[in-house]
Design a protein. Structure first.
Length: 506
């Protein structure tokens, strides 16, 4: 494995990094084999049929905001693997090795990528003769007890009119922060998180690893809009779940066209390699909720295999379904159509705020990088007079469910309303510095067993006995009734004594 500098990009220089922009770009150019995705399908929290069965490739949410503590930079965050149960071992959560995770930047409004940041991953296993993710307490990312690890590379791809201009390796074998197995396995997870934050040449910083899912919402909206009588609101159904996150912080001057044209369009895609070695795009995400509640079933998979340049074929936001459903169930009159206000929010950007000149309508998360971060961010963003929030980019604290519901019901065309799901903030606080995400929920969450040590053993009726204290320890299980129920040899599983002289119940 290539050595990595804490403040660099491994052994490889990136003199060509300062090529006018830096961040994330679009689909590969037709005719450029290395970049071109084939026809495929599927993205977000289970928003399309095919991607719902491919969680490693499922982009659940995308965020882009001017960094609050470094306003000369922009932070982009893309999350994957929805609904990670923290205790989901023994095979915990990894990024796919047969995938290209791309962050895209359109910096001139033409619905095409000028830049792509491409993340690719490798998995490393130290001891393949154990079922364990870690064979002892993990104190660092280089700890020999961290049995399953991942590293990643980042390639910066520069395009012009979808033609390849340059491809540069800007990060090499950077370590991924592991899944948070539990307190016994990872007693100081914050240290592991910090070690996974890497500074790159050119003023960029990267992170990849597990995090608390920052999206807060009551997803019971799909039960006929909160039970048909608003009896199902106010419960953050994503509380306690984790995701795998990519975070990239880049100088504003490197991602925007110029200080005179500071608006960028950002989206993420994932390409997956098939058995023949061909790449197919299976995930795409820009604005939140578009593929969930705007696109009909017939278009969901097609959308996830498509490019923003071709969005005119199916993104008909002028005739949305959601307001009609709300009117049918709750008798709240739907705004008059055509909904040109939604065209601005979802396809063009709001004029005078984050709409680039000569914009081609396309589904991208548009951010005006010249707007400074708010000292006191408001959860409703632009709707509440905070122009640094959604739909001008998306911050971690933006309440996009309430904002989307209110905009869908005509907030921008005079139909004032206070619709929402009753969940106004994430259950965990976000950080004040990059990568800003809350640490992942530990696998050892929840109430502890009553009593500890011998008290637990006594409650089991001496059903758990440890014989010996060496590397080949045998764990003998007997029934609480006193009869021998069987014996299980798990010598390799009890390797905790390699680094601890006392037994640690796990």
């Amino acid at each position: 494995m290539t050595p990595i500098s804490r403040s660099g990009v491994g052994r490889r220089g990136i003199a060509t990094l300062i090529c006018g922009a830096l961040a994330a770009g679009g689909l590969a150019a037709a005719g450029v084999t290395a970049l071109e995705p084939g026809a495929a399908s599927a993205s977000s929290h289970r928003e399309a049929p095919l991607i719902s069965g491919q969680p490693q490739y499922d982009n659940t949410d995308l965020y882009a905001f001017v960094s609050p503590d470094k306003p000369d930079t922009t932070t982009i965050i893309a999350n994957f693997v929805p609904f990670e149960e923290p205790a989901g071992g023994p095979n915990f959560y990894t990024f796919a090795e047969d995938a290209q995770y791309d962050l895209h930047v359109d910096n001139n409004g033409d619905a095409q990528s000028e830049l792509i940041f491409r993340y690719t991953f490798k998995t490393h296993v130290k001891n393949k003769n154990t079922f364990l993710y870690n064979t002892g307490p993990v104190d660092s990312l280089e700890d020999p007890d961290l049995n399953v690890t991942q590293t990643y590379d980042i390639d910066l791809i520069k395009l012009h009119k979808q033609k390849l201009v340059a491809k540069t390796r800007i990060a090499d074998n950077v370590p991924v922060a592991p899944s948070n197995v539990g307190k016994a396995s990872m007693p100081d997870y914050g240290k592991l998180r910090d070690e996974a934050v890497y500074k790159l040449a050119g003023g960029a910083t990267t992170f990849a690893g597990q995090a608390d899912d920052p999206f807060f919402a009551d997803l019971r909206v799909f039960d006929l809009l909160y039970g048909g009588n608003l009896s199902e609101v106010g419960n953050d159904t994503l509380k306690g779940y984790n995701v795998n996150s990519l975070a990239l912080q880049v100088p504003n001057d490197l991602i925007r066209e110029s200080s005179y044209q500071p608006v960028v369009g950002i989206w993420g895609t994932v390409q997956r390699k098939d058995a023949r070695g061909h790449w197919s795009q299976v995930s795409r995400l820009g604005n939140p909720l578009v593929n969930e509640v705007v696109n009909p079933q017939k278009d969901k998979d097609k959308f996830n295999a498509s490019s923003p340049y071709d969005d005119a074929q199916f993104l008909n936001v002028t005739n949305p379904e959601l307001p009609k459903l709300i009117e049918a169930i709750y008798k709240i009159k739907a705004p008059s159509e055509p909904r040109n206000d939604l065209v601005d929010v979802f396809l063009k950007g709001v004029k005078g705020l984050n709409q680039p000149p000569h914009v081609r309508p396309a589904e991208e998360l548009r951010l005006n990088t010249s707007i400074k971060p708010s000292a006191g961010p408001k959860r409703l963003g632009v709707l509440d007079g905070d122009n640094a929030g959604f739909p001008n980019g998306r911050r971690l604290t933006d309440d996009v469910i309430d904002e989307a519901l209110q905009v869908a019901e005509g907030e921008l065309v005079g139909s004032k309303n206070d619709l929402g799901d009753g969940v106004d903030e994430n259950d965990q606080k976000f950080g004040h510095s990059f990568p800003y995400l809350a640490q992942p929920t530990s696998g050892s969450r929840g109430p502890l067993a009553k009593g500890t040590g011998n008290n637990v053993r006594n409650q089991l009726g001496d059903g758990l006995q440890v014989a010996g204290a060496g590397a080949n320890t045998t764990l003998i299980a007997t029934s609480a009734a006193g009869g021998v129920a069987g014996a299980l040899l798990i010598g390799t599983a009890l390797m905790w004594w390699r680094r601890r002289t006392r037994y640690r119940a796990y």
